[in-house]
Design a protein around this ligand. Structure first.
Ligand code: GTP
Ligand code: MG
Length: 149
């Protein structure tokens, strides 16, 4: 089944948006498989964002992501990767549509409160990177028959 790695960035945690952001994914109907508050190392942040390592903003991005605790989440469901990106909104919060997380809750690309995997392959890669074996739960939600026919 498709999984996406969703992460509330340090600004989202500091601004008290954890409940609000988790709630958007919960209400949509995806299944939460893993969840933790976590202070990440520079090495882990650099590995996570390795595709951006040549960008001029890479050092500030790593400082940002390691500046405080983040909330790591694994969400599951058909189409979860693309749908989560839509719920999150455009990278630049000023261009993100109202109704999206970034559109409603943020103003700057460098403080855009949440991360979402950009492909199912990266969803798996990032969940393997951020979660250890045993940190994900295998469970079934009682809502499932009311969400999918
Ligand atoms: P993520 O879900 O966090 O991966 O964001 P994204 O997929 O919408 O954007 P992308 O992967 O291209 O960039 C990753 C993150 O780097 C962004 O979410 C921003 O936090 C940061 N970033 C991207 N572009 C810029 C930029 O031009 N300036 C700054 N300061 N940060 C940037
Ligand atoms: Mg990205």
């Amino acid at each position: 089944v498709e999984q996406s790695y969703i992460m509330i960035k340090p600004d989202g945690v500091q601004r008290g948006l954890v409940g609000e952001i988790i709630s958007r994914f919960e209400k949509k109907g995806f299944l939460l498989k893993g969840l933790k508050l976590f202070q990440c190392s520079k090495d882990l942040a650099q590995e996570h964002y390795k595709d951006l390592k040549d960008k001029p903003f890479f050092p500030t991005l790593i400082d940002y992501i390691t500046s405080g605790p983040v909330v790591c989440m694994a969400w599951e469901g058909d189409g979860v990767v693309a749908s989560a990106r839509k719920l999150i909104g455009a990278t630049n919060p000023l261009q993100a549509e109202p109704g999206t997380i970034r559109g409603d809750l943020a103003v700057q690309t460098g403080r855009n409160v949440v991360h979402g995997s950009d492909s199912p392959v990266n969803g798996k890669r990032e969940i393997d990177l951020w979660f250890k074996e045993g940190e994900l739960c295998q469970w079934e939600s009682v809502q499932t028959p009311w969400l999918v026919e």
